[in-house]
Design a protein around this ligand. Structure first.
Ligand code: SF4
Length: 374
């Protein structure tokens, strides 16, 4: 007998015992957070007691990645250590709930550094900034705290390395995304941004044998694969990064959707409209012919989306907080999706350290005041 996740996903049957950690709590709500990321096959089981036909598959990994956790921590620690206001250039991460919450605590979000008073403290977002922004911060004598995700910094360093070696750079990504603006800014005179195969075919470079490519960290794996194939066709000697630039969190969340979308009637992705990796999750699902919507919160779910839908898979982009996922699950349960199974497709246990400015601030902060009896 196959387990219920095998039946509803349709693809786990032969492989789940060896590859997936599937946990069941049929009809009782959400699982407690899994605190270990070690693969634990003891959770695998074949639950024949599941009778509900309307169910939720809660994908894992989902939601916050290490870069987002780090960026939010940086803003919160800065607010606690230095006090409000703390300026943040652009949205610290692309999620409206997170930004609103931090704004309530005293963060002031600005589009450009010229909106920050001279000498004030400013935080760069997780998406990174170009050298031109860093230079402007120096001119304005701003106290900078850099919350750029280390995996974005890695791409910046590749851009610097290739440009110093005399390569023309092709950056695969979305032109209007802050991350792409920042990476392109490392070597603007030699970098061209492309987002379609047509644009690849139209590329003109000084030396076709001296071209290197990089990618945005939050692209679709499939889309990036197609683009890199086209680049290799056009420039057979093209150089690239030692390891792919698409980050672990983007990849893992897409792989989870790929593994479950076949067995769901609908995939709901919790995330904001400007979140690149969240949008890619919707695309991955739709490419597998499973209807999918990007929702900022449970309020955005339209009842007609659920008509005739028995199995709803729920995931979240890397900048979407878990509380919003829980609200979605609560809503689905309230409208008859009584069974919630968490499907852990792979373990994920990545953490990034804090930047030196924050570590120093914590070290030099006065000890908390002892409470004295009244
Ligand atoms: Fe870093 Fe990836 Fe998270 Fe972006 S999605 S902050 S690149 S870990």
């Amino acid at each position: 007998m196959w387990c219920s996740a095998c039946i509803f996903s349709g693809i786990f049957s032969d492989t789940c015992r060896g590859r997936f950690l599937v946990r069941f709590r049929a009809g009782t709500g959400i699982l407690d957070p899994v605190t270990t990321n070690t693969l634990d096959y003891s959770g695998l089981g074949h639950d024949d007691t599941v009778t509900s036909t309307k169910r939720v598959l809660l994908l894992k990994p989902r939601g916050f990645c290490a870069g987002v956790v780090r960026a939010i921590d940086i803003v919160q620690i800065a607010l606690e250590t230095f006090g409000a206001p703390i300026y943040v250039r652009k949205e610290i991460v692309h999620n409206s709930y997170v930004v609103t919450d931090l704004a309530k605590k005293g963060a002031i979000f600005v589009n450009e550094l010229d909106e920050v008073p001279e000498g004030a403290r400013v935080i760069y977002s997780a998406h990174g900034v170009s050298p031109a922004v860093r230079a402007r911060a120096r001119e304005l004598k701003l106290k900078v705290i850099d919350a750029t995700c280390p995996l974005v910094t890695k791409v910046h360093l590749e851009a610097i390395k290739f440009s110093k070696q005399g390569y023309s750079l092709v950056l695969v990504g979305h032109r209007d995304h802050e991350e792409v603006e920042g990476t392109q800014g490392e070597a603007p005179s030699v970098t061209q941004v492309v987002s379609t195969v047509k644009e690849v075919e139209a590329l003109v470079v000084p030396d076709p044998n001296k071209v290197a490519y990089l990618t945005q960290t939050t692209l679709s794996l499939d889309e990036a694969g197609t683009m890199i194939k086209a680049l290799k066709k056009k420039f057979p000697n093209i150089a690239g990064p030692a390891a792919q630039d698409i980050c672990y969190a983007t990849e893992n969340r897409q792989v989870a959707v790929k593994n479950v979308a076949h067995g769901a009637d609908l995939v709901l992705v919790v995330g904001s409209k400007n979140s690149s990796n969240s949008n890619r999750l919707v695309e991955v699902s739709k490419n597998l012919d499973t209807n999918s919507y990007l929702i900022d919160s449970a309020d955005a779910i339209r009842p007609e989306w659920l008509e005739g839908v028995n199995t709803v898979a729920v995931t979240a982009g890397a900048s979407a907080p878990e509380v919003l996922v829980q609200h979605v699950v609560d809503y689905l349960q309230s409208v008859g999706y009584g069974s919630v199974d968490e499907v852990e497709v792979m373990p994920e246990n990545v953490r990034f350290g804090l930047p030196p400015e924050i570590v120093q601030a914590i070290a030099s902060a006065p000890p908390p005041q002892a409470h004295t009896a009244q």
